[in-house]
Design a protein around this ligand. Structure first.
Ligand code: NAG
Ligand code: NAG
Ligand code: NAG
Ligand code: NAG
Ligand code: NAG
Length: 715
């Protein structure tokens, strides 16, 4: 500030400051400014975001893949012959002028940006549907961009968007163009790549899809070529004057709508997506998206996706209002802000699939990627932290995600006496660990499987699924019976914290897991062992300090250590009554005493917190301490220091000299499903979309949804 005023006169300085301030003076962030906005976020390979801190300059800012690499995606609006950049035009030259960002908003399923462009307003609405119970809609690997114009007088309007071939992950690319009825479909794909290969976490196999269809009285044009030429042609003419040229890597595919004269509001839709025909390799058998049973080609699928817009929009609106209303009712506005930002990210860890060869819709399986930590497939301790969101929205996903793991273990291919960590080191290769070399987390994964299987059964009332595996589960329960008091040196889910022997939180997990297995199987002798363990660790104080103020990190005789005992949460959620209420009450007091600037760290050794586990633990507290945990996470989420997709691991305290409030390593992980832990306490399915769910009639849903869609339109 001093240097600035020394070099500029006072008046100049003031003018300069005012011009800087005016850039963001008008931006209204609703409900808050998040680290990053989801734009097209639907599966591990369709995960496009824009950092919150560049949104005030949206017209010149570039979206990113979740890992941070830039993805060309531009949007331009043309008003009476003048072109305004709305998003992603970094080298506009003098062909376009940036529109003014007025408002940025996120809901559970939408990110919306409102910009003023001369006499009109444009709204960019990025809708990534979340529709767990509608397998067709959920599995379509596309996302909507709706560009709306609101024109008070009568103005001549055209709308343009393009994407670049960075979306393929390759620099050796080609493109294709096809039409499906009135839908224009571009695809972009990498050349000379093997199936199931990744680079920088992007899929190399498969194809990027960019499509649109004319709306009533809009004229759709398509062009591919150099970005500068496509954009300036549109800026000058409002359409493309050239024919499709030869493709050269590094170019863009572009689509534009001429809406003609508009008075009032009009909108056009684009679809972006990423199709992998062979999506997952499950033990040597290819699996494909569930939607391909009905729409076997990409052009048919994306054309249907655009046709499904009214139904998808209606459902998304219903979901958005249900989620925010319920979350606010449960734990306030801050909690709602956290939950609504988490939902798309949580479901975008998942691919919902069927066998590629048979397209048998009676055999759906879900696969989840351990995004950003190691890319493992169906990691049991990823399904575990995320499970509150499945419990709330559609508990069947617990089964869909566990079934590939259960089948692999039941086939006898996993020989160790405890539950496997994951079924493949690198997504999308769910090829198992016949070498028995999965990351060892014996008590962690074995306890998790007991809890998850019981949670599914309790939430759905379906006892048959677990019954097929009772023998196997009992063998694993026996492992807990014999190995969960004198616990060998081992990792827990938080492997970054290193292994420990006798970790109290694992002993708690085992006790709760045994109780869960006892309930599941009706074998009360297992429940008895769970209760005995709870008595040893809590009542008899092996797992607490002598004054019983808190659970210790490790035992015996480590009274000053502590760790967040989040494994108590399923005890509360599933009414297992393994531990007495006083065991939870102790935490409500203790965790106020070890709270850092951004809340409570994982344990006394760390300066970082896990947001998912903290929301679990908050579910065991009284409301005062619970609300502190919520507010601390909200403070991290909105502190303006972060630009990654919601990080579930961050520095919570300056105690070890690090700057608090910064994310650590973890980005875009589906574990943020654990943020719904407080909502899950309202009961299973508390935010399911019953009116639109169509799980059983897997192939009859299009009709039902169209009917719903029409109703929505009529209103
Ligand atoms: C390009 O699209 C045409 C349909 O227009 C299709 O027949 C052809 O297989 C596609 N080529 C590639 C490489 O995808
Ligand atoms: C999956 O397996 C295939 C075939 O072995 C291999 O080429 C590919 O690189 C693997 N993918 C990943 C992400 O490791
Ligand atoms: C773990 O705890 C058990 C039971 O208190 C004890 O016998 C054993 O020595 C402990 N192990 C270690 C490595 O401290
Ligand atoms: C529980 O009882 C069942 C049935 O009698 C028996 O098979 C099992 O071994 C017992 N397990 C334990 C831990 O006592
Ligand atoms: C939200 O959290 C912030 C930061 O902890 C706090 O200052 C604020 O009062 C909370 N807002 C509400 C509505 O509880």
């Amino acid at each position: 500030m001093y240097r600035l005023s020394a070099r500029l006169g006072v008046g100049q300085c003031l003018a300069f400051l005012l011009s800087v301030l005016s850039v963001n003076a008008g931006v209204d962030y609703e409900p808050a400014l998040p680290p990053s906005y989801p734009l097209a976020v639907r599966n591990p390979y369709l995960s496009t975001w824009i950092p919150g801190n560049v949104v005030e300059n949206l017209p010149t800012s570039t979206p990113q893949f979740w890992t941070g690499q830039d993805l060309t995606w531009s949007i331009i609006g043309r008003v009476d012959g003048k072109a305004y950049s709305l998003m992603g035009v970094s080298n506009s030259g003098d062909a376009t002028v940036p529109a003014q960002v007025q408002k940025a908003e996120y809901t559970t399923t939408h990110s919306l940006f409102t910009l003023s462009a001369g006499p009109v307003k444009f709204t960019l609405d990025f809708l990534s549907p979340v529709s767990p119970s509608n397998y067709l809609r959920q599995s379509l690997p596309f996302s909507y961009l709706t560009v709306s114009v609101s024109s008070p007088g009568s103005h001549d309007i055209q709308v343009y968007s393009d994407i670049g071939d960075e979306w393929t992950g390759s620099m050796d690319t080609d493109r294709n163009f096809t039409t499906q009825e009135t839908t224009s479909v571009f695809t972009l794909f990498a050349e000379n790549v093997a199936t199931y290969t990744e680079v920088n976490d992007m899929a190399l196999w498969g194809e990027v899809v960019f499509a649109s269809k004319p709306s009533i009285s809009s004229k759709l044009s398509a062009f591919s070529g150099p970005a500068g030429r496509a954009r300036s042609d549109f800026a000058q003419h409002g359409t493309f004057t050239a024919q499709q040229s030869q493709w050269n890597p590094g170019e863009v595919v572009a689509l534009s709508h001429d809406l003609g004269r508009v008075t009032g509001s009009r909108s056009v839709n684009f679809a972006v997506g990423y199709v992998r025909e062979k999506a997952i390799n499950y033990l040597g058998t290819p699996y494909t998206g569930y939607y391909r049973s009905k729409y076997p080609t990409t052009a048919e699928a994306v054309s249907y996706f655009l046709d499904d817009y009214v139904g998808a929009l209606g459902e998304s609106t219903e979901l958005d209002s249900k989620v925010s209303a319920k979350a606010t009712a449960v734990a306030g506005q801050n909690y709602s802000d956290i939950v609504t930002l988490s939902v798309r990210q949580a479901y975008a860890g998942i691919d919902l699939t069927i066998p590629y060869d048979t397209l048998d819709t009676s055999d759906p399986l879900a696969f989840i990627k351990e995004i950003s930590s190691d890319g493992n497939v169906n990691t049991v301790d990823i399904i575990m932290p995320a499970f509150p969101i499945y419990y709330v929205m559609d508990p069947d996903y617990i089964r869909l995600l566990l079934e590939p793991v259960m089948r692999y273990m039941a086939a006898g291919r996993w020989h160790l006496p405890y539950v496997i960590h994951d079924i493949g080191s690198s997504y999308p290769n769910a090829t198992g660990h016949d070498d028995q070399l999965a990351e060892p987390m014996p008590i962690e994964e074995t306890g998790n499987l007991m809890v998850l299987t019981y949670a599914y059964t309790k939430a759905t009332g379906d006892t048959r699924w677990a019954a097929q595996y009772t023998g196997m589960l009992q063998k694993y329960a026996d492992y807990l019976v014999h190995n969960s008091i004198n616990i060998a040196n081992q990792l827990s889910s938080n492997d970054a914290a290193g292994p420990l022997p006798n970790e109290t939180n694992l002993a708690i997990k085992a006790a709760v897991g045994l109780k869960a297995f006892g309930k599941l199987s009706g074998l009360t002798n297992y429940s008895d062992v769970g209760d005995e363990h709870a008595k040893i660790f809590y009542t008899d104080k092996l797992g607490t300090d002598p004054k019983k103020t808190h659970f210790v990190l490790e035992y015996p005789d480590m009274p000053s250590t502590w760790k967040t005992p989040y494994n108590l949460y399923p005890d509360v959620l599933l009414d297992l009554e393994t531990f007495p209420k006083s065991a939870y009450a102790m935490g409500s007091k203790f965790f106020q005493t070890v709270r850092g600037e951004y809340g409570v760290a994982l344990d006394n050794r760390q300066d970082w917190a896990k947001s998912d586990w903290n929301m679990w633990l908050a579910g065991t507290f009284d409301t005062t301490t619970r609300d502190q945990f919520v507010d601390d996470l909200w403070a991290f989420m909105t502190n303006g220091l972060n630009t990654w997709p919601f990080s579930d691991r961050y520095i919570s305290t300056s105690d070890q000299g690090n700057k608090p409030g910064l994310g650590v390593l973890c980005k875009a992980r589906p574990t943020v499903g654990g943020h719904l832990a407080l909502l899950a306490l309202e009961g299973p399915g508390s935010i399911s979309l019953s009116t639109l769910s169509s799980r059983s009639s897997s192939n009859g849903d299009a009709e039902t949804l169209n009917a719903e869609g029409l109703k929505a339109e009529d209103l």
